[in-house]
Design a binder for this molecule. Structure first.
Ligand code: DLL
Length: 433
């Protein structure tokens, strides 16, 4: 279902005009109200009237995560405090959190973006949405909640964790839609099997999963275990939270809500804007936000843009599902590898569970060593050791041929790798470089 056909299916040249009008307003507003933007534009010799066509966006300075941290907590706010009605933050692993401050209009933008997102997965007012993204400073819980309310669906505001209660509610309230991180979806499916619950008897038929990297094979696994369609949704706190882009029934790239968030893909080293289909770092400008609008924010997420028409009828530009992040990429003996590539290859191998941990260290010979811990299916673990040995060799060979890296596989018993209720941590990098 297309939530807002007027804006989602609009003629691309008309959309460009709309984007330009928004961009001009935005640049004038931040130049007048945010000292950080005024000085970074001045440093580049740019003033608001230099923006005459949408391509002029390339003249504007980038904003980085470090800029956000240096201006913590309110330095990038573009309106008086009394207009702010809600705040969200994401902590990351180091340093100060990044902050998003919303006016009532920003919340309306978020509701709109999330209604389009949930509708893209088929959500209607008849659905019962079990929302297991965390509620609180994290944007996942609130974002889905706002979108589901606007559609008129019924929301079960579960937040993450307490898996046995999740399963009980799923069964007793006949949830039809599930929203959580993909790793938590698998964790719940696993507990359901252990509890003797038959997930195929539950009316769940669709889910929106995101907030962490996941592979096409992991999608298949979730779809199989729940007998549902699993859709990828993307977003980040700095831009709005979830609702920046989403998959439709074609499941062929994520439609960007580009009348609200203007996407570019750049070469992460030179900063040069790349063409459609060229892989690089995703950059967003929030076209209509008021609280903490951002100019050309470098997300560190890696993808490419797709402009060819989609079978669903939306005309918005799509982004390929994320390949990873510039800061997630592991360089193993000079070879670039994303954890999601390892996952993709692993899930295809019969006998393994989609649970793994990548441990990187530097050996005595100063060369990188990777241990891939993989959970093995229960039936196999009790099997003769020869079967396990063959499986271990198989995984090592697949990784070698698909990813060009030599790694050591350690097969571990089912349920040994820590499960996550939010974003899963798949990598431990012990290298001290
Ligand atoms: O994770 C917002 C969100 C909530 C998205 C719920 C989807 C669903 P942050 O905590 O700020 O916000 O983390 C943003 O998570 O830059 C990506 O690296 C990663 N990420 C988000 N969605 C996806 C996805 C939320 N679908 C960071 N695939 C982003 C891969 C994702 N990575």
């Amino acid at each position: 279902m297309i939530y807002n056909p007027e804006l989602e299916c609009m003629d691309p040249s008309a959309r460009k005009k709309l984007q330009l009008a928004h961009l001009k307003n935005l640049v004038e507003m931040v130049y007048a109200r945010v000292p950080f933007y005024r000085s970074s534009m001045n440093a580049m010799g740019i003033v608001p009237r230099d923006i005459r066509c949408i391509e002029d966006i390339e003249k504007l300075p980038f904003t980085t995560k470090d800029d956000l941290r240096e201006n913590y907590p309110h330095g990038l706010r573009a309106c008086p405090q009394e207009r702010i009605v809600e705040v969200h933050m994401s902590s990351g692993t180091t340093g100060k959190p990044v902050v998003d401050e919303y006016t009532m209009k920003d919340i309306d933008i978020w509701r709109e973006a999330m209604s389009r997102t949930l509708a893209g997965a088929g959500c209607t007012r008849d659905d019962i949405v079990q929302n297991c993204y965390g509620y609180g400073l994290f944007t996942g819980g609130a974002g889905v909640h706002y979108g589901a309310l606007k559609i008129g669906a019924e929301v079960l505001p579960m937040s993450s964790g307490n898996t046995s209660r999740q399963l009980m509610v799923m069964e007793d309230f006949n949830s039809t839609m599930l929203t959580c991180t993909p790793s938590y979806a698998l964790c719940m499916a696993e507990e359901a099997v252990e509890a003797g619950m038959d997930l195929s008897k539950i009316p769940l038929n669709k889910g929106c999963f995101g907030a962490e990297p996941w592979s096409e094979n992991m999608r298949k696994e979730i779809e199989k275990r729940y007998s549902m369609k699993a859709y990828d949704i993307y977003g980040l706190t700095e831009i709005i939270g979830p609702g920046v882009s989403f998959e439709c029934e074609a499941q062929d790239g994520l439609h960007v809500n580009e009348d609200l968030f203007y996407p570019e893909v750049i070469d992460p080293v030179t900063g040069k804007v790349l063409g459609d289909g060229e892989r690089g770092e995703l950059v967003f400008t929030t076209l209509t936000k008021e609280g903490t609008p951002l100019l050309r924010y470098r997300t560190r997420d890696i993808t490419f843009l797709i402009r060819k028409p989609c079978s669903c009828g939306r005309t918005t530009v799509r982004m390929h599902r994320l390949f990873g992040r510039t800061d997630d990429m592991l360089i193993i003996r000079g070879v670039n590898v994303f954890p999601s590539q390892i996952e993709e290859a692993l899930i295809e191998i019969e006998g393994t569970e989609p649970q793994y941990l990548i441990v990187v260290s530097r050996g005595e010979n100063h060369l990188d060593e990777v241990e891939l811990q993989v959970e093995v299916k229960k039936e196999l673990f009790t099997d003769i050791t020869r079967g396990l040995e063959a499986l271990r060799n198989r995984i090592e060979n697949v990784m070698k041929s698909k990813l060009q890296i030599q790694l050591k596989v350690r097969l571990v018993e089912p349920k040994t790798i820590e499960r996550s209720i939010g974003k899963a941590n798949r990598v431990i990098d012990n290298r001290k470089i």
